[in-house]
Design a protein around this ligand. Sequence first.
Ligand code: NA7
Length: 540
Amino acid sequence: MSKENSNSAELDVLIVGAGFSGLYLLHKLRGDGYNVRAVEAGPEVGGTWFWNRYPGARCDVESVDYSYSWDPEMDQTYEWTEKYPAQADILKYLKAVADKNDLRKDIDFNTRVTQMTWDEQTKRWTSTTDTGRSITSQYVMMAVGCLSVPKEPSDLPNFDRFTGEVLRTWNWPEDADLTGKKVAVIGTGSTGAQVIPALAEIVDSLLVIQRTPNFVIPTRNRPLNDGELDEIRADYPDRRRRNRAHPAGVFRSDNPKNAMEVDAQERHDTFQERWEGGGINFLGAFADLMFNKEANDAVCEFVHEKIDETVTDPAVADLLKPRSYPMGAKRPVIATDYYETFNKPNVTLADVRTNALATFTETGVEFVDGSTYDFDVLVLATGFDSFTGAFTQIDITGRDGRKLAEEWTHQGPATYLGLSTAGFPNMVLVANVGSPSVLANMITAIEQHVEWVSHMLADQKANGRTTIEAEPIAQKQWVETVEAIANMTLWPQGDSGSWYRGANIPGKPQLFMPYAGGVVEYEKAIDATRENNYSGFVTA
Ligand code: NA7
């Protein structure tokens, strides 16, 4: 394989996407000596963290852990300023990574892959872009992100009638200024819960259109204290090891006790302490919260109590309480001042489960009880066609003319170890469906995959092999394993409409898409197949 990097359309490896996964892949595989390039739809690095620049956008993993572990020098020099990183901080970090490692020279920006076709004769992929380029490569790495294709607003009644401005959180204009405007937000997921408090501070009026309420845990973000970063730096290598050794890919001080083993007072005190600490640590309050319905009921009751304590209007508080699913079945939301926002005089909650949205009008919305609201700007925070959307929007043709979009749209996605899908040789999925991805610290999940890919490519070369692909039986078993592990938890339960299952998109096949067994067990599984001469894969 060539060691040259160039604009050549003949590559060893094409990487689709230049977010966290794509950038590390580019760095790693280039260092391994491959002729590799990345193609990125955006004008800059960052992927998800480039596009989702709405007010309030922030990650729910701490800054010092939401960064690559492979550059100890950056660990010692990079200046994180807050406990949890804002979107702009993450983008700044990724730009710094790209600069330091001179990554941009091997990325084609403003370029979207539209078609990929496997050629069985040459054993290569040909990828076509919307800029008219044709790139052939032995391998394609799908670093496309889990939440990168927005859900279409097609289920919003007469949406097209609205003539005001529509802003999308996943593609927020850098110059948008909503100060003093009348605004409505649809969606109360992680995005909605961040953008709603941020907008409430500046707009004239804010209508929040809610369908399914979420459990919203306070972030308790704060600036990093003097000396705090120094302490973290002194401990960084161990911190990174602890992250890798925790199922969530980020260390959490989990309480080993079960919620129902302790008395009501201890249970309440533990929840209270974790609530005051804020963030995802709240979920480590007891070991059985995601396994035992009674334990989960207790945590739901606690959050309901917090909503009652915070929201002054009891009718509004009642509407904000999730009741149709266990806490965690829908991704728990971490946000700042979410419930407090509903006490503001300029904020109105419209709950479409109790009073359905009848129609959009030219100037706003009308609900079935006849009430109407007018606004200048509508903000869509309506979520994503999770996991599969970024694959099915590309016309991917594998062996024997198999169409990925057709198979995944009708039967749902199927992978072996979340790395490969049968019929599509040398196409590697990176931290997406079938692997821990969104159920873990994404950065840990990405690093696991990139390291595995680097070993796999070296092994292929050393063994004189040119193709690798999931074996259909191993793939079937893995899909069943992913579903079975999810079924051991409360994740799939209740009427949550969760994007973990594809339940947020009308008509999408529903199956639990991320691997819920955690990054530690997952790493054992992907290492085992490698040590076992790639069992479960067909290699040639
Ligand atoms: P989510 O979590 O999928 O949230 C989307 C929200 O939009 C959710 O509240 C939906 O209600 C709501 N929605 C979607 N369509 C409609 C219609 N037609 N009517 C009313 N409400 C609607 O996406 P986010 O962007 O917030 O978060 C995605 C992830 O990004 C997040 O978990 C983090 O990992 C980062 P529903 O619940 O479907 O009733």
